[in-house]
Design a protein around this ligand. Sequence first.
Ligand SMILES: [Ca+2]
Ligand SMILES: [Ca+2]
Ligand SMILES: [Ca+2]
Ligand SMILES: [Ca+2]
Length: 291
Amino acid sequence: MQVIRTTKSTIIGIAAGSIFAINQPVDGFGGGCSGGSTIEIHVETPGHNSPASAKHADILLQYVTWPDGTAIDEFVYVDAVRDVEYEGPTRKMRVVTGPDSEVGAPGVFDIEDGDGNAGSVSTQDRTIFADRILNAWNHNNLNAYVDLRSNSHYSFTVDFETTIRDNSPLEDDVGELIVFEVSGNSIVQIEALDESGQVIGTPLIVGYGNEWKRVAPDRLYVGRYANNGSPRCGSFEYKATGVDLTDLGVMELNTLRISRPTNAGCSDVRADTRIVGVKTSIVPTAAMVFD
Ligand SMILES: [Ca+2]
Ligand SMILES: [Ca+2]
Ligand SMILES: [Ca+2]
Ligand SMILES: [Ca+2]
């Protein structure tokens, strides 16, 4: 079993011996319509006994355990967001951060509201919305995501705070990106960009082929919000999947473009997306290959 622990952060607080005793991949919950496929992501929900009751509050990422047993507790967050595009109607693209959260910028923010004129989406709205996305993606509260309810074109570009590198140039079980999606029923395209904004590698449609998985050991849930942002009854399950950088055709990346797939067929393209980088490698992969 390989264990990568690059920080002295949260895991230190757990009694020695306990952490890796639960390191086995967690199976599904005895079947179910999605086949029981899971991804092991451990969270803390301060003030709540379990994630099930934290749907409007902090869901704080702690560590992830990949199918080969690799446990990682260091993540790479987004530190810039730009080039927001959106061609759909108002009230259909918003950023949600659980309104009872203490990490992040709690609230429900529609893209068209930034400039004070809720009737349309202006350039100023898109600029302000980039900051809304940044406020949702630059910390470890997973209950913070882009909420999309339109089939129309959208895209935005994010820079990560440090370079994300593949732990192996081959296909491997250790994901460098964790992509979350509300309900796990929508697809989203991601592409690595170079410094000049050109696509490098291969665009990847997440949720198409690489299916969304139920989070284990505890399922995650997010709240439902009315058009005016007020909480509604019920919840949505929050699913996720890991992406190995090999699937994006790159060995490292700093910048990611997130967009509506253009040839999506009949798939649901109204993705509700949150992406977290995973620090799986502390040295450049090229050095490991060519030394
Ligand atoms: Ca506006
Ligand atoms: Ca790889
Ligand atoms: Ca990898
Ligand atoms: Ca969805």
